[in-house]
Design a protein around this ligand. Structure first.
Ligand SMILES: [Zn+2]
Length: 307
């Protein structure tokens, strides 16, 4: 069997041809250009699928998209303005009408987690929390071999756990969310806050300063690690995972914080969860495509079983 795995990201749309052994046979990309609007993004997705379909005959299409996705209907339950007018869109219906191939849609962090569980760091595991630390923070949660999606398709939105009541405003409408303290974006904002000026504008600049021995950067990193530890310990007490699988853009800087995060957790967590393990994600950019394709295979099997 062959499935297309489509990963709709903020900057690019990735599409892969995947066989049911998990081999990625071919890959194609398009720029998302979300600022050009919903129709433009959809056109990019359609073009990408048409191109991939000219190279194979897929049995299914799996799609991972930003936003909270109603997996049953294939529509977007809620998405931020990063993908304009995405909320309410029935992506499954759109793709099936256009391409005539059974399609299933899930949240992009979930599809990446499914990819890691299928072929990556979570292979052979049953209970994991797959955390993405990037410009934002989210997780795919697996308990006893099943992904947890929740009543409003919002399970795993760990970036919006409140760490500091009344703290920094978040684009979700709350204040003091984890994402405002533990993400790559938060790192440089925290640094600027500490300095009392807009000194830097990216996570990359932050780590450059850190490498020069900048004291404010060092203090910012200390607070960042401490906040991450608090969040991971809380998650461990809620889900009791065998493993935390950690991916996302910040993983590229892990030599600065990984070991200290592990130490903080060992020192502060209760004995029941202090032995929890953290492992880096096995895939950088392919997990989303692979996981989306895996969902596609499962969906087709389900359709065939109900015939
Ligand atoms: Zn929030």
């Amino acid at each position: 069997m062959i499935a297309l795995g489509i990963d709709i990201g903020g900057t690019k749309i990735a599409g892969g041809i995947v066989d049911d052994n998990g081999s990625l046979l071919d890959v194609e990309y398009r720029a998302t250009d979300a600022s050009k609007g919903k129709d433009y993004v959809l056109e990019g997705i359609d073009e990408l699928i048409t191109e991939l379909c000219s190279r194979c005959k897929p049995d299914a299409i799996g799609i991972g998209s930003a936003g909270r996705i109603d997996v049953d209907s294939g529509s977007v339950y809620y998405a931020t303005s990063n993908l304009p007018n995405w909320t309410g869109l029935n992506l499954k219906r759109h793709i099936e009408d256009r391409h005539g191939i059974p399609t299933i849609v899930d949240n992009d962090v979930n599809t990446a987690g499914i990819g890691e569980m299928w072929l990556g760091a979570g292979k052979n595991e049953q209970s994991t929390v797959c955390v993405t630390l990037g410009t934002g923070i989210a997780a795919a949660v697996f308990v006893d071999g099943k992904i947890v999606r929740g009543g409003r398709w919002s399970a795993g939105e760990i970036g919006h756990m409140i760490l500091y009541p009344g703290g920094r405003p978040c684009n979700c409408g709350q204040r003091g969310c984890f994402e405002q303290y533990g993400s790559g974006t938060a790192l440089y904002r925290s640094y600027n806050e500490r300095r009392g000026e807009e000194a830097i504008a990216s996570g990359r600049q932050f780590f450059e300063l850190l490498a020069t021995g900048d004291i404010a950067a060092r203090d910012t990193l200390d607070a960042f690690i401490s906040d991450l530890a608090v969040a991971f310990i809380s998650l461990a007490n809620v889900y009791d995972p065998d493993l935390f699988i950690v991916g996302g853009g910040l993983i590229d800087t892990k030599e600065w914080w990984w070991e200290r995060l592990e130490r903080h957790i060992r020192e502060q967590a209760n004995p029941a969860v202090a032995s929890m393990k953290l492992v880096p994600a096995a895939f950088k950019n392919q997990a989303g495509m692979l996981g989306a394709a895996k969902l596609g295979f499962e969906y087709v099997a389900e359709l065939n079983a109900s015939k």
